[in-house]
Design a protein around this ligand. Structure first.
Ligand code: CA
Length: 238
């Protein structure tokens, strides 16, 4: 396994928090850059540094974190984003995930939990990058969609669509388990690699995202179906 230091971008204007995060992640062996505003973050992301993960605060002086996340995704950048939401607000979490964030943690957070969450996100990514080398054929076709998991290229009825890493991970898990009823806990453990953070809304929101991407009528889905009380199932060919 490669031992190059993974670089994390911390986007947070509160200097004490930013400095604390920088120090602690550096102690964990990561390389850390801090941006104190949306503008600084955009400048760093446009530069030559490669970031393995972005920690993105919702409250910034010149934009909110949701806007920043949307811009990152709109630019075709699918670096994992972990949002720091200011309150334990469902609305904030949903907005963050809808903006393309991969996960969120609410302030105030326990540093240990944040570090564990970051590790888990990076491990999942590392696993995925090393495992794709062994996949020789990973093309999924269903309902007018074509998904090349190796290249992360997706078209839906002829149009190119950008999926985040986690959206692709979830779709891939479904593709590997067609027609199987998958519980939310199973999806969270297998796709997010999060066994101990009960958070079924996260799964629900990602299902909504897949429906928006792929279903002709997201409100009456044909492929990403709810299995009442039990979870979800993917039906490639209804
Ligand atoms: Ca802030």
């Amino acid at each position: 396994m490669e031992q190059t230091q993974q670089r994390i971008l911390v986007v947070e204007d509160e200097r004490n928090i930013a400095a604390g995060l920088k120090l602690n992640f550096e102690l964990e062996g990561y390389d850390v850059e801090v941006a104190g505003s949306a503008r600084d973050a955009a400048a760093l992301l446009a530069g030559s540094d490669h970031f393995a993960l972005i920690l993105l605060d919702v409250m910034l002086p010149d934009a909110d974190g949701f806007q920043v996340c949307r811009r990152i995704r709109a630019a075709g950048d699918f670096t994992p984003v972990l949002m720091l939401t200011a309150r334990d607000s469902t609305e904030d979490r949903v907005r963050g995930l809808e903006a393309g964030a991969d996960d969120y943690i609410t302030k105030p957070f326990e540093l240990e939990e944040l570090i564990a969450r970051v590790r888990s996100m990076l491990r999942r990514r590392g696993w995925e990058q090393s495992s794709t080398a062994h996949v020789s054929h990973s093309l999924l076709r269903f309902g007018g969609a074509q998904v090349d998991f190796e290249r992360g290229e997706v078209t839906v009825r002829g149009d190119a669509v950008s999926l985040t890493r986690l959206e692709l991970d979830l779709l891939r898990y479904f593709a590997d388990n067609p027609r199987k009823v998958c519980s939310r806990a199973e999806l969270q453990a297998e796709v997010w690699k999060l066994d101990n953070y009960p958070n079924s809304r996260m799964v629900d929101n990602f299902i909504l995202r897949l429906r928006k991407h792929f279903e002709e009528e997201p409100s009456s889905p044909k492929h990403f179906l709810v299995a009442r009380g039990a979870g979800y199932k993917f039906v490639p060919d209804p």
